[in-house]
Design a protein around this ligand. Sequence first.
Ligand SMILES: C[S@@+](CC[C@H](N)C(=O)[O-])C[C@H]1O[C@@H](n2cnc3c(N)ncnc32)[C@H](O)[C@@H]1O
Length: 303
Amino acid sequence: MQPESRRFEEDLLTNPPRDFTPDLRRLKSWPSMKDSPWRQPYLARLTFGEVHNLVDEYIFGQRLRILDVGCGRGWLSLELAREGHDVIGIDYSKEMIQNAKRTMDTDPYKDERGKLEFQISDFSQWNHPSESFDLVIFSRSLHHIPQPSKAVRKAYDLLKKDEQIICIEYAYDRLDKKTAAWIYSVRRSLQQSGWYKSRKKLPENMDQSVREIMKEYNAPSRKEHYNRFEEMRKPLNTLFREVHFSWEPYIYWDLIKDMRVPSEDVEMATARSIMAMETALIETDSINPVLFCFVGLKQAIKS
Ligand SMILES: C[S@@+](CC[C@H](N)C(=O)[O-])C[C@H]1O[C@@H](n2cnc3c(N)ncnc32)[C@H](O)[C@@H]1O
């Protein structure tokens, strides 16, 4: 697959420098990481930092046993361990886990952390005693895992009685025409300012562009068999009592990833305003959001 056709998969696109440490407390500029929000501290805060804030809003209790499924480069597991929780992060990508371990080993706050462990494993095959966790997190990973109802059931079994799941997930099939039209308008204005990576130029004709954008987002997601919104939402609602559900801005991740603004101050302001615009459009129901946050508590299965 052409790298440019992958949306939101910044971690898979980049070829990070050998000493890359994806760490929200040690942010710095990584100019070679052109396709990732990690390339600038203000972009990392606006993306990964916002996911961390969202997760933190729904963590109650101290020294929890947490499982971070599909933890990627481990930045969220690391933050949660620094908050005093005992965390296991698993991911089937060797490269991601190697990066997570390197970041963990060089963490200047390691003496104050809870326990932190990273394992290379496919969640579907992962063996662990049931009822061992207080919290299971899927942060942008459940949409990748085949048979999401089995994955959610596995998370359910791994949780202790009454305990919690947080699921922050990409729902690609929610992207509709009006949302694609908004993406078009932002991309077009960035392109006209010379601030957009020289991806294939969008056609002048808006309808044609909107069709192309929808294809760009949908085709790879279908090819990779990403799970659809209802495929994830249904098992969550069956097994867990919903305590929170929200739609969150996410398309801005993709837009700012491809932005190329010469001045850092202007880039930061532009990124913030794209995010604010997406948030406002979601709140007014003017576009279809594509990232949801579900928080639920394990409930007894009705027979
Ligand atoms: C978009 S990344 C998200 C990473 C991280 N959770 C975050 O929010 O930045 C999705 C991650 O899920 C991992 N993943 C996908 N399917 C998996 C599976 N079956 N078992 C374990 N990890 C998986 C991928 O390797 C990738 O690192």
